[in-house]
Design a protein around this ligand. Structure first.
Ligand SMILES: Nc1ncnc2c1ncn2[C@@H]1O[C@H](COP(=O)(O)OP(=O)(O)OP(=O)(O)O)[C@@H](O)[C@H]1O
Ligand SMILES: [Mg+2]
Length: 237
């Protein structure tokens, strides 16, 4: 007789936080001097939460996002993404985990100049090991972001805000468990910024995506479930 042992594991899985940062420090050397950029940052994000990281320029928001996405390693401390401790992981499995579970939108959008908007969005699907996705999803995402008429434009033929929205669509195409976005409304006018916030909320609702955004945008911060306030490399209590 066989006993099913998978069910409890799946149940337990829902209790796994999407992201844990535990006493994360980041120190860099600049001009012979040690700069302490993060000084003991700890927080956890539960599944499906949308959390906004706010704080003055230079306080450490982008640094936290890079570490949260597994792109940058902390000097000390622990980072657990979707139940996997990435702190001591080697680059290969880490990059696989990133491509399958983490979506990223950074301040520089990093679109490939020779590809159209649609091709840029579909690009993450070409990474080996990526599960098959429903066809038409890239078009649907771009449509939802108001870019249905720009599918075949290349980045140089798009405005800054349009490129930003292509980068958001690209980050969402793999249905990541965790979406990390740095100032995703930074180049958008109020109406387009609001449309983007609606997309984030919809993705969260429909796919249970956990969202961590750094933002100076009050309208976006207000829609978050929680705020994390950063000042001089520490979270305010
Ligand atoms: N490579 C580096 N070498 C030295 N210092 C750095 C480096 N990268 C970032 N810093 C410093 O770390 C601090 C935090 O930078 P970070 O980009 O995380 O701030 P931020 O909160 O995202 O700011 P902004 O709101 O302007 O985007 C800043 O003081 C910055 O000068
Ligand atoms: Mg920043």
């Amino acid at each position: 007789m066989s006993i099913r042992v998978t069910a409890p594991a799946v149940e337990d899985d829902t209790a796994v936080p999407s992201l844990v940062l535990d006493d994360v420090w980041k120190t860099l050397r600049a001009g012979g001097e040690e700069v302490r950029i993060l000084r003991g940052v700890s927080f956890r994000l539960e599944r499906g939460e949308m959390v906004a990281l706010v704080g003055p320029s230079g306080s450490g928001k982008s640094t936290i996002l890079g570490i949260a996405a597994g792109l940058d390693a902390p000097t000390s401390g622990r980072v657990v993404i979707d139940g996997t401790d990435v702190t001591t992981m080697s680059e290969r499995p880490l990059s696989r985990l990133r491509s399958q579970r983490v979506g990223m939108v950074f301040q520089a959008y990093n679109l490939l100049p020779t590809l159209t908007a649609l091709e840029n969005v579909e690009l993450p699907l070409l990474v080996p090991g990526q599960p098959r996705r429903e066809p038409g999803r890239a078009r649907e995402l771009l449509d939802g972001l108001g870019l249905g008429h720009r599918l075949h434009h290349r980045p140089a033929q798009l405005s800054g805000g349009e490129q930003q929205r292509v980068a958001v669509a690209r980050a969402l195409i793999t249905d990541p468990a965790l979406l990390v976005a740095d100032e995703p409304t930074g180049n958008l006018d109020t109406a387009t910024g609001e449309a983007l916030v609606e997309i984030l909320l919809e993705v969260r609702r429909e796919h249970g995506t956990t969202v961590l955004v750094a933002t100076h945008n009050d309208a976006l911060a207000r829609r978050a479930d929680r705020l994390l306030r950063v000042r001089d490399g520490v979270l305010e209590p």
